[in-house]
Design a protein. Structure first.
Length: 235
């Protein structure tokens, strides 16, 4: 059983590398943020993915049933719509960041308000400002992961059913699979953020180019997912 759970962990890490998962998380970590926050985004995606996999897996394993194929296709279409929205949001932020309105407080207590555009913004000395941004749990990444978990649960559960001998063993397998996806996506998020962080520090135009590429590819993949699954429903 130990080897079976290890396989589940490794397959879960591999599962995190699927194209729609990578696109979704890339769109979530495309903004300028710390490495720890980036890893939290990937881990939250994996947690949401695990929650829905475990929930749907429990229902299927204990009720001895399967998800109807039309439901699976509708869930995949929903994921496609979500990818389009995530990609569009990345492009919206790129356009918005062309002009950055900024307010900060000086040591004498006076507030100052001004705007930065393009390279002028990149040259602005952020260290002279008194920034204090609260950072809560990445709920958005959690919800995106939950949606991906719902759409991909059928395939994972079928894989579990083919390798386990009891519902409990199946749930343990799905849990290890989920943990693997959490670890894999956290690591992937950190890797994706490297070129974004480097370009943000030195080449603003390249950073914007990376963001546009992520947004366009995410939208394109979303439309592809919608088209492929709608063909089945229309057949």
């Amino acid at each position: 059983m130990g080897s079976l759970l290890l396989i589940g962990l490794l397959i879960g890490m591999r599962h995190a590398l699927e194209a729609d998962h990578v696109a979704a998380v890339a769109s979530l970590v495309s903004r300028k943020q710390s490495l720890s926050h980036t890893i939290e985004q990937g881990g939250a995606w994996g947690l949401g993915h695990t929650i829905t996999l475990f929930l749907f897996g429990s229902i299927v394993l204990f009720m001895d049933t399967i998800m109807p194929e039309y439901l699976v296709k509708w869930l995949e279409i929903t994921v496609g719509v979500m990818l389009v929205l995530l990609g569009g949001d990345v492009l919206r932020w790129v356009i918005r960041d062309k002009v950055h309105f900024h307010s900060h407080k000086h040591n004498n207590g006076d507030y100052h308000f001004h705007a930065h555009a393009g390279e002028l913004r990149a040259k602005h000395d952020a260290s002279q400002h008194d920034h204090s941004h609260s950072r809560g749990f990445p709920l958005r990444a959690l919800m995106v992961g939950m949606m991906h978990g719902m759409a991909g649960s059928a395939a994972v559960i079928l894989l579990a059913l083919g390798t386990v001998t009891s519902p409990l063993q199946g749930l343990l397998y799905i849990l290890m699979f989920g943990i693997g996806s959490m670890v894999g996506m956290a690591l992937l998020s950190a890797i994706i953020s490297i070129p974004l962080r480097l370009s943000a520090k030195r080449l603003t135009w390249m950073h914007s180019g990376f963001q546009v590429l992520i947004g366009v590819l995410t939208i394109g993949l979303g439309f592809m997912v919608i088209y492929q699954n709608s063909q089945f429903l229309l057949a």
